[in-house]
Design a binder for this molecule. Structure first.
Ligand code: C2O
Length: 578
């Protein structure tokens, strides 16, 4: 896909304060400005079902506007984006704008039962937000059950007019959105996995822009290809929209220069392979500087946990030089071994922000959350079918040993309208038991690791300067977890292996990357910082969908500050009913 021209921007100045920056507001200061945009961009998303034929089967999938992957949302920094989502499918839906910080627009964030109830079949809801001081590569996806397995698309936000990229302008740009394809309905898949108590079956294929590529059955011609002109430089926008797998990507014989991570510029980092966990986006530059030929682009598994079955066939696309014969031999891409943790940590350690703004040096709120899997004791009928977790137990997952349960009315509505009984505010700021997190379980009962089950939130005062340590546990198996925070980007000030030790941890307070999803190293930790200056309810969870279903999640409530620029507005009138 070539660089598209912008969808015509319309301006409804009588209805929305979106066609100008109010001078009185702008004068107040950088963080005290109401986040209104330059232009307003309207989209209509019809969520519907379409037939697709992949891997020798035809089936119905839920998509948006009959496209798979769904339509790209284009905007420029500071634009107002309005998307009317009309649910014409037979299933509940919400859309989350992954990486969009939703300043003062928590109602439009989209996670079901966190900021809204689902849009039911036949209903619609209009999301409105501003790309306030944000540009780069994002994506949108459904945030109900496992529906994002098919309901996703890219968001591409350009700099303001006449603001250049901090690197030479690429000849062309292409968006590559990675996914997993399932022959089964993904919503039924979630129910089946939870009912089994065990792990999820592997995806039937990995896909690049919806295409599995020639290594899969019936897919010889179902591949994605970029035609390149020798000598030119290409900007690739890489997005991992997979459900349950972290993935490696590489292009044979070509280096990639990372220039952006999670829609924030980085110092250039040159790599042969890149690992993206679900929820991560990278922009890379690739120069077509090799002999004229057809080169493979390969997408394959990164699985750091032990004893997990996963799809091991790579998805292949092509980086095809003009002048290379269609049938010319292809140069094979080599992917790292599925468990090559070394490459993952060296990429992560090389990630540096281009410019740092707003990094809190003094911290007033120190948090420490463990993350990992659990096993619950089998208490179900028919254990052979329903307790297929480790040692005949039921799989679960937790943060600080609390397995999150979604409430029946969204947390944001419960909080805003002071509805009691839906959640408690006692999510612990530190683990309730201190033990050797990486090497030891909290107790020695192999089929019951006793996580608490509940809907607990952690409340932050407006403007809190937070440092949060995320610590992987070895309770079931250590594993790299892509932890995503809604409503903020955070500064990744440190990461390492083993248990976090404040005495020895090296923190980067100079140029830490500013991201929204961190692959916490296997059996290790990550230290993140952010200022809680966006009021609302913000979900934080593992972006491996099955881990979220098992409870690897929590929510922050960020209280209002003082005055209209620090206060969450009223809910929109069309907010879906529960
Ligand atoms: Cu992209 Cu709550 O997630």
């Amino acid at each position: 896909m070539k660089r598209h021209s912008f969808v015509t921007a319309l301006c409804l100045s009588s209805v929305l304060l979106s066609c100008f920056t109010p001078i009185a507001f702008a004068a107040i200061g950088r963080y005290k400005r109401w986040p209104v945009g330059g232009s307003t961009r309207f989209y209509e998303f019809k969520v519907n079902t379409m037939k697709v034929t992949k891997l020798c089967h035809t089936r119905d999938i839920v998509t948006v506007n009959g496209l798979y992957p769904g339509p790209v949302v284009y905007a420029q920094e500071d634009d107002r984006v309005i998307v009317k989502v009309i649910n014409e499918a037979q299933t509940n839906v919400t859309i989350h704008w992954h990486g969009v910080r939703q300043r003062l627009s928590c109602w439009s964030d989209g996670p079901s039962y966190i900021t809204q109830c689902p849009i039911q079949p036949g209903q619609s809801f209009t999301y409105e937000f501003t790309m306030y001081q944000q540009k780069g590569t994002f994506f949108w996806h459904a945030h109900v059950s496992w529906l994002r397995g098919t309901v996703y698309g890219a968001i591409v936000v350009y700099p303001k007019t006449a603001v250049p990229y901090p690197f030479p302008y690429p000849y062309e740009e292409h968006t590559l959105i990675f996914g997993e394809y399932w022959d089964m309905d993904v919503v039924k898949q979630e129910k089946a996995v939870l009912a089994s108590g065990g792990g999820p079956p592997p995806a039937d294929a990995y896909i690049i822009n919806g295409h599995p590529g020639p290594l899969y059955n019936c897919s010889t011609n179902d591949f994605y290809q970029i035609s390149v002109v020798p000598g030119k430089t290409y900007l690739l926008r890489l997005i991992n929209a997979a459900l349950n797998m972290e993935q490696f990507f590489s292009i044979s014989n070509h280096k990639m220069t990372i220039v952006e991570a999670d829609a924030e510029y980085t110092k250039p980092q040159i790599v042969d392979h890149i690992m993206l966990g679900p929820g991560q986006t990278y922009n890379v530059l690739v120069k077509a500087d090799q002999p004229i030929a057809k080169y493979e682009m390969a997408l394959g598994p990164y699985m750091s946990a032990q004893n997990v079955t996963f799809q091991n066939i790579s998805s292949i696309g092509y980086f095809h030089y003009s002048g290379a014969a269609i049938n010319s031999l292809t140069q094979q891409a080599l992917l790292p071994q599925f468990n090559n943790n070394q490459i993952v940590s060296s990429n992560l350690n090389g990630l540096r922000s281009l410019n740092v703004t707003n990094l809190p040096l003094e911290i007033d709120t120190n948090l420490f959350f463990t993350i990992g899997l659990n096993v619950h004791k089998c208490n179900r009928q028919n254990p052979n079918k329903t307790c297929q977790g480790p040692n005949g137990g039921i799989f679960a997952a937790s943060m600080n040993n609390v397995s999150f349960v979604k409430p029946t009315i969204s947390l944001l509505q419960a909080y805003y309208n002071t509805i009691n009984g839906l959640y408690t505010s006692d999510f612990p700021g530190v683990p309730l038991k201190i033990y050797d997190f990486v090497n030891g379980a909290p107790n020695n009962i192999p089929n019951n690791t006793n996580s608490l089950i509940g809907t607990k939130v952690h409340v932050l005062e407006y403007g809190s300067k937070v440092q949060l340590i995320l610590q992987d546990t070895g309770t079931v198996s250590t594993e790299n977890h892509p932890i995503h925070l809604h409503g903020f980007s955070f500064h990744l000030v440190g990461s390492g292996t083993g248990n976090y030790n404040p005495a020895t941890a090296q923190l980067n307070l100079v140029d830490p990357p500013y991201i929204n999803t961190i692959g916490v190293p296997i059996g290790g930790w990550a230290a993140i910082r952010f200022i809680a200056d966006n009021p609302g309810v913000w979900f934080m969870h593992c972006h491996l969908e099955v881990h979220m279903s098992w409870g690897l999640a929590m929510a922050f409530i960020v209280k209002n500050g003082v005055g209209p620029f620090e206060t969450l507005p009223h809910p929109p009138a069309d907010l879906p009913r529960c």
